[in-house]
Design a protein around this ligand. Structure first.
Ligand SMILES: [Zn+2]
Length: 424
């Protein structure tokens, strides 16, 4: 580490550990969305002391927002001494439930050797802390920088981002005239650049039947058998079609480099009995069966095409199968997003990885989505990547941790990226 910026960042190692621990110790569980204001205030206190103008923004009216669980976001901006681009680091501050299997305090932030443990350590409070340290070291090294640096801590990424980045994008915070480069420090590993993510389409399908006595099913019409025909059509036609579609997106893991679909749930007939009820079922032919599906699609596909493919299959059944009738209800859709490899933020971070880590970056895309979708679709900003410390496979797991050395290294890459973009 011969360069002055790396020295400054390395000198802040203890501060980086403190900040990461302080962030982990605020239990920002989502759902329901706890302590969002506390973590935003922690960030505000720190960044306003370093010359950032801070705005606390509540996503009023977004899903889950209430006086009890308000959706708070922080946007901090530090403007340079001359005109230039704005580089924005966006981290979500919410974390998912703890789950079973922990051997450490999930909100203790224990430091053991090179690891800091806790829910959100890698996803993504470690990334947030690394971006703060990178920006602060850069500001000390280059007080005369051009343009602006923004750091945001945003709500609800784990539940779709509607009370976080989507809301801010609607308010114009990611408009291309305000922000030119976005780095999202999600845990993708310090030498990988994540260009984007697949899309998603969620729907509920219901097949219809007719109730009758179970001893004379021919007098009714079994909705579960109709759903069986739907599932068979998926097996025969939809799954093979999805498996044949390949993508230019470098999705990892490799199994997600094609279209996929999960059937989340199936339910037909009477509701299941509560566990403390040991009576026998009544004898009825089910008149309704429902499934929910989670269809993930590629940048080469469209949400409408994905929907139409499922509807065509259902309509074929309607034409060929006696008494078949269905309803379909779209629950949500998310567009895929992929930034070009020659976009400025990509080439800049790639060169910073080579400079600082002495290795070529690996380009990846995410099987599931993250907040890039909102920056792309609502913010109309294409120059966005995910880059940050931590191992993606640890996200949402027990004993989640982030490596201190990985945070230092990714902070060096982020700081060097700022040098490349804001000191010309
Ligand atoms: Zn995350």
């Amino acid at each position: 580490m011969s360069d002055p910026l790396s020295h400054r960042i390395e000198a802040k190692r203890a501060e980086l550990i403190d900040l990461t621990q302080a962030l982990i110790r605020v239990p920002t569980l989502n759902p329901p969305g706890q302590h969002y204001r506390d973590i935003c205030e922690l960030m505000q206190t720190r960044l306003s002391a370093r010359g950032f103008e801070c705005e606390m923004i509540r996503a009023v009216g977004s899903p889950g927002d209430s006086d009890r669980f308000p959706r708070w976001n922080l946007v901090a901006r530090r403007t340079g001494t001359r005109p230039g681009d704005c580089v924005h680091f966006n981290s979500h501050h919410d974390v998912v439930e703890i789950g079973a299997g922990w051997t450490r305090d999930p909100f203790g932030g224990a430091l053991e050797d090179d690891r800091i443990y806790g829910r959100g350590a890698c996803d993504m409070k470690g990334g947030l802390a690394a971006s703060v340290i990178a920006a602060e070291a850069f500001l000390e090294q280059h007080p005369d920088f051009a343009g602006a640096i923004e750091i945001s801590a945003t709500a609800d990424e784990e539940s779709g981002g509607y009370g976080g980045v989507a809301y801010l994008a609607q308010q114009g915070y990611f408009a291309p005239e305000r922000v030119q480069h976005v780095i999202i420090p999600e845990p993708l590993d310090k030498d990988r650049i994540c260009l984007g993510h697949r899309g998603g389409w969620w729907a509920e399908i219901e097949t219809k039947g007719e109730i009758a006595h179970g001893s004379m099913p021919f007098l009714g019409d079994c909705a579960v058998r109709h759903m069986g025909a739907v599932l068979q059509a998926f097996e025969d036609r939809l799954f093979p079609a999805m498996a044949s579609r390949h993508t230019d997106m470098p999705v990892v893991p490799e199994g997600a480099r094609q279209s996929t679909m999960n059937i989340n749930s199936i339910h037909g007939g009477q509701p299941e009995n509560p566990p403390d009820f040991d009576g026998l079922p009544a004898h009825c032919v089910p008149d309704s069966c429902r499934i929910t599906i989670d269809r993930r699609f590629l940048v080469e596909e469209t949400a409408d095409g994905v929907r139409d493919e499922v509807i065509a299959l259902l309509d074929d059944l309607k034409a060929s199968r006696a008494n078949f009738d269905y309803d379909i209800r779209e629950l949500n859709r998310v567009i895929p997003s992929m930034t070009d490899r020659d976009a400025p933020v990509v080439t800049t971070v790639a060169q910073a990885i080579r400079d600082m880590l002495g290795t070529d970056p690996t380009y990846v895309a995410s099987p599931g989505s993250y907040d890039q979708k909102h920056i792309d679709r609502i913010g109309k900003l294409k120059n966005c990547i995910a880059y940050g410390p931590g191992v993606l496979e640890l996200a949402h797991k027990p004993d989640e941790w982030v490596g201190v050395t990985d945070m230092i290294d990714s902070a060096r890459v982020m700081g060097r990226s700022l040098e490349k973009l804001l000191t010309r």
